[in-house]
Design a protein around this ligand. Structure first.
Ligand code: ADP
Ligand code: ADP
Length: 232
């Protein structure tokens, strides 16, 4: 479903090269909740940005659903992007727009009618438990509620993959747990493959079935959480 084969990524700026990823081989199967853990600077964001088409590998190949991303045209990439939802540490909501309109963002560029959009947005808000907040602004919500809006927005285009970039790092432990439970439900009910990058071991232990450990641009261990850490 997601596969990286011998991927290297070197950033070059003002003649200075920075090897952010070295020899990455990774395989995420459909239905996995795959965790990538490592300290800051290990290369986790770069890795997830390669899967999300925001960066290109310097060497190697990235496959999503068996397609080599390097072979896609601009038009094909745009279509493929709809298949990937993403949530962020700081939620990335538009503060000037109401909750409803934030969730509708990925839908307004489609050919859906106003009624269809309204129905879909309310369905999503209902799913994340925020139907009563449709008319609120993000500033009126708690951190956990903001992330629920982020999740609803990420699911709007019916993706088969959800990428989570330190999605619970700004939340307290109890809120973190409730967001992780919601991710688990999304994985189980919609069969959405989830990839999570985090520096928190508790996140991996709570919901991931597989894990890759990154250090200085390399994956130093990879396997089931049981294989890698000796306990679930
Ligand atoms: P992590 O997400 O694990 O903190 P990153 O992928 O953000 O790691 O960073 C890995 C390395 O790549 C770091 O040394 C970082 O400074 C560097 N890096 C990340 N993005 C860029 C960029 N756009 N330009 C240059 N270097 C970058
Ligand atoms: P820009 O191209 O202006 O940097 P993007 O198109 O990447 O911005 O993102 C626009 C908005 O959509 C951002 O607020 C971001 O949070 C959100 N976003 C970006 N990528 C995704 C994604 N894959 N799924 C859901 N939301 C996304």
């Amino acid at each position: 479903m997601i596969e990286l084969k011998d991927v290297h990524k070197t950033y070059t700026r003002k003649g200075i090269s920075n090897e952010a990823l070295k020899e990455i081989n990774l395989r995420v199967e459909k239905g996995d909740i795959f965790g990538v853990i490592g300290y800051s600077g290990a290369g986790k964001s770069t890795l997830i940005r390669l899967v999300n088409y925001l960066e290109k590998p310097t060497k190697g190949k990235v496959f999503v659903d068996g397609h080599d991303l390097g072979e896609y045209s601009v038009k094909e990439l745009r279509a493929a992007k709809k298949n990937i939802g993403m949530i962020f540490q700081h939620f990335n909501l538009l503060e000037s727009k109401k909750v409803f309109d934030n969730v509708a963002i990925p839908l307004v560029l489609t050919k859906k009618s106003k009624d269809e959009i309204r129905k879909r947005v309310m369905e999503l808000l209902d799913f994340v438990g925020l139907a009563d907040k449709a008319g609120s602004y993000p500033s009126e919500l708690s951190g956990g509620q903001k992330q629920r809006v982020g999740i609803a927005r990420a699911l709007a285009s019916n993706p088969s993959i959800l990428l989570c970039d330190e999605a619970t790092s700004a939340l307290d432990p109890q809120t973190t747990r409730s967001i992780l439970q919601l991710l688990k439900k999304i994985n189980a009910e919609y069969n959405i493959t989830i990839m999570i990058i985090t520096h928190e071991m508790s996140v991996i232990q709570e919901i991931c079935n597989k894990v890759a450990v990154m250090e200085q641009g390399r994956i130093i261990e990879q396997g089931s959480v049981l294989e890698v850490f000796g306990h679930p």
